[in-house]
Ligand binder design. Structure first.
Ligand code: ADP
Ligand code: 5GP
Length: 187
């Protein structure tokens, strides 16, 4: 069966990580979650090479110059990108790949690989999104504001996605992502 690239985006704090963690726990035989590069500092508990490849800005910019990225973007003051080589290797291993990336990068992927499937995880409301982002307690106030400022733009870009999944009830949202992947892989 043909292997596919799935791209998952959603506003910061919407629950992408939570949905994907459970999705991967149930589907790790067939899917692999891409590990991105970033210039953001690791959060407590994050491991280099597992959660991200943590690069300096110089290292990241050098990789951009050398055209090493399938897509890359700036988000809330940090650079994020997906290495072409990483994706190529994982396809060669026969896995479907999931990229958890923001909207600018996702639309770059769609341009280069129109067969990629774009899924946007949307919040039930702005208030609930803010509540979840603050409740996570991982960012300072300035960073939270930067992330919230971006919500409108990301919701606008979600119109170009193949699917929008509302993360109200977590279990329902996970099932919907599973249904989408099953349907797309059967095409
Ligand atoms: P993201 O990866 O999109 O930035 P996280 O997965 O870190 O978001 O989730 C942000 C917070 O929201 C976490 O504290 C998580 O437990 C919570 N959360 C995720 N999904 C739901 C949901 N469906 N209902 C309520 N809280 C949720
Ligand atoms: P965080 O700092 O919370 O881990 O991620 C911030 C944002 O960057 C999230 O929207 C996440 O999806 C996005 N992101 C993570 N990796 C990449 C990547 O490789 N490319 C792009 N374009 N965005 C990414």
């Amino acid at each position: 069966m043909n292997k596919k690239l799935f791209v998952i985006s959603g506003c910061s704090g919407v629950g992408k990580g939570t949905v994907l963690k459970e999705f991967m726990a149930r589907n790790s035989d067939d899917f692999m979650l891409s590990v991105s590069c970033t210039t953001r500092k690791p959060r407590t508990g994050e491991i280099d090479g597992v959660n991200y490849f943590f690069l300096t800005r110089e290292e990241f910019e050098k990789a951009v110059e050398e055209d090493k990225f399938l897509e890359h973007a700036q988000f809330a003051g940090n650079l994020y990108g997906t290495k072409k080589k990483f994706i190529k290797q994982k396809f060669e291993e026969g896995l479907n790949i999931i990229l958890e990336i923001e909207t600018q990068g996702a639309l770059q992927v769609k341009q280069k690989m129109p067969e990629a499937v774009l899924i946007f995880i949307a919040p039930p409301s702005y208030e609930e999104l803010e509540h979840r982002l603050r409740g996570r307690n991982t960012e300072d106030e300035e960073t939270i504001q930067k992330r919230l400022d971006f919500v409108k733009v990301e919701l606008e870009r979600s119109k170009q996605y193949d699917y929008v999944v509302i993360n109200d009830d977590l279990e329902r949202a996970i099932s919907e992502v599973e249904e989408i992947t099953r349907k797309e892989l059967a095409l």
